[in-house]
Design a protein around this ligand. Structure first.
Ligand code: GLN
Length: 199
């Protein structure tokens, strides 16, 4: 089974380890460069992107992760993890910094105060069996993608209809929502397949 790390500096690490394990990966938390060396793919969990950004520097993980991304390691970022994979962040803290990831502009906490959290069905290209039940928690949305980026999913109904919430660029995958909280393993299985194919 592919070995997949979950960046374990802050956020909902355990839920991703459980989902990845259920989806057939050998999953483990990753905090140090030596631990990163030992994985075939990485998940950046939801949490708080400003905090994750700070801890990435404190744990000296920025350069190692950028290097692995440049070398083609698959990475999946959910919510705060999506923000960490974006080349441009709106409504971010001036000092927060992401990885050299997906050419896109994301807006933090985009869905607004009235709808801090909400749930919606989202059809994701490449995932069969009907829409995912997407859980959004103070989530970002994607406002712009570069030519290299494939849009995999958008919100279909309500005030946020048309907003991009799932994207892929080569081996980098990002969603605004949290599949690890739903018990539906299809998104994690999609990522495990991607890691397998890259290996
Ligand atoms: N609002 C958080 C951030 O900006 C993301 C929320 C989440 O990951 N659930 O990082």
């Amino acid at each position: 089974a592919p070995v997949i790390g979950v960046l374990a500096l802050q956020g909902d690490v355990r839920e991703h380890v459980t989902a990845l394990t259920g989806a057939g990966a050998q999953a483990r938390p990753v905090r140090r460069p030596a631990e990163l060396d030992a994985v075939d793919g990485l998940v950046i969990p939801g949490g708080e992107s400003t905090t994750i950004s700070k801890l990435v520097d404190i744990f000296e993980m920025r350069e190692p992760i950028d290097k692995r991304i440049a070398a083609g390691m698959p990475v999946y970022g959910s919510c705060a993890g999506m923000i960490m994979l974006a080349t441009e962040v709106l409504d971010g803290r001036p000092d927060q910094r992401g990885f050299d990831g997906i050419e896109m502009t994301v807006r933090r906490n985009a869905f607004g105060r009235q709808v801090d959290s909400f749930e919606a069905p989202v059809e994701v290209t490449g995932i069969t069996g009907g829409p995912l039940h997407a859980v959004f928690i103070r989530a970002p949305w994607v406002e712009r993608v570069g030519d290299t980026v494939e849009v995999l999913g958008t919100v279909t109904d309500g005030p946020a209809a048309g907003r991009i919430v799932a994207v892929r660029r080569d081996n980098l995958l990002a969603t605004s929502f949290h599949p690890e909280l739903t018990g539906d393993l299809r998104l994690h299985a999609y990522f495990v397949d991607l890691v397998r194919a890259a290996g």
